[in-house]
Design a binder for this molecule. Structure first.
Ligand code: NDP
Length: 323
């Protein structure tokens, strides 16, 4: 048997149950991975609450690191004992072991330990595609990053700084402001009420070419109003709730803006894109350009406490769950 955190119905953190489930067997093209560490992500909350739908009962989680424990038929490129990690659908990472298509798994370089890997795969691959593909940030540009002291946020700040950009981070407390500043944010705005005025002041009225907004409902309009003409609104999360319907005419009225709602699944659907993104991420982390801050560690069986902390905005950086 394998131990896993399962939900039988959507709800609050109390629906997360530590249960015995049968150890899965890898089918053709699949590997069995013995998890060393599991990553906690805000998307896990969306699946738990039912905002994102799944068949029930369900094992949550989309990210982990560990060791290949068995191979199904027709698996090439992996052997038992390989150190690996992943960030992908389908959900099922909150378990001591799981099977996954080998195509979705990458080998870890020696310089990256299991805890760091579990903390960085989903948030780091997200930062990679946001900065390098959704909108290619250029040296000298000023950009806005919401939830700048969070998991994705701290990686975005450091990586954008490395690309030569100037970062305006948005956070909710002065402690988080300090953390964002020490990870590359040049300016930090506490609360989004003053965001537009602050962006105007910092950019001398030019406003910014891109806003990375993971907060959603609460910040959408402030983000739109922070953009320069032809700017790109990247709405990539809903920590405060989904944005809802948008009047397309608004984009014209606000300066011929672009709006995208990207997801990591699309950007890593092709194996070549997954490998390219992972290699870029491994490169910036092993060189020390991006430090992965594992600021909270919970036992996997205590996933409910981890969810409570994440939803209550008590976490900073990344959080891992240890099986
Ligand atoms: P974070 O560590 O960033 O935690 C969420 C943060 O959002 C909080 O710490 C808080 O920061 C901020 N926040 C603002 N309003 C709220 C609210 N009402 N409730 C809770 N938090 C709020 O999480 P992750 O790094 O795991 O994820 C960041 C975001 O990126 C999430 O929205 C997630 O869904 C999204 N995401 C999207 C992906 C994609 O491909 N589209 C992939 C990965 C993540 P503060 O207190 O400073 O405001």
């Amino acid at each position: 048997m394998t131990k896993a955190i399962r939900i039988h119905a959507p709800g609050g953190p109390e629906v997360l149950r530590w249960e015995d489930v049968p150890t899965p067997e890898p089918g053709p093209g699949e590997v069995l991975i013995r998890h060393a560490a599991v990553g906690l992500n805000f998307i896990d909350v969306y699946f738990r609450t039912g905002l994102y739908k799944t068949a029930l009962p369900a094992i949550l989680g989309m990210e982990a690191s560990g060791t290949v424990a068995a191979l199904g038929d027709d698996v090439r490129g992996f052997v038992v004992g390989d150190r690996v990690a992943y960030a992908t659908a389908p959900i099922g990472a909150y378990a001591t072991e799981r099977v996954l298509a080998a195509d979705r798994v990458v080998k870890l370089p020696d310089g990256i330990d299991f805890n760091t890997a579990a903390a960085m795969m989903l948030q780091g691959l997200t930062a990679q595609y946001l900065l390098r593909r959704t909108y290619k940030v250029q040296a000298g540009e000023t950009i806005v990053v919401h939830a700048a002291a969070g998991g994705v946020g701290l990686i975005l700040c450091q990586w954008a700084k490395h690309l030569g950009a100037s970062v305006i981070g948005v956070v909710s407390t002065s402690e988080k402001a300090e953390l964002a500043r020490s990870h590359g944010a040049d300016h930090v705005v506490v609360g989004h009420a003053d965001l537009v005025a602050e962006v105007k002041r910092i950019t001398g009225g030019a406003m910014v070419p891109v806003v990375y907004d993971s907060v959603g409902k609460d910040t959408f309009m402030a983000s739109i109003d922070s953009l320069a003409p032809l700017g790109m609104m990247v709405s990539y999360g809903n920590a405060s709730g989904p944005v809802g319907a948008v009047d397309v005419g608004l984009l014209g009225a606000k300066g011929s803006l672009f709006l995208t709602r990207p997801s990591l699944a699309t950007y890593t659907a092709k194996r070549a894109d997954l490998e390219r993104g992972a290699n870029e991420l491994f490169d910036v982390v092993t060189k020390g350009v991006v430090e992965i801050r594992v600021n909270q560690t919970f036992a996997l069986k205590d996933a409910a406490a981890a969810h409570e902390a994440l939803e209550a905005r008590r976490t900073t950086g990344s959080t891992i769950l240890l099986p």
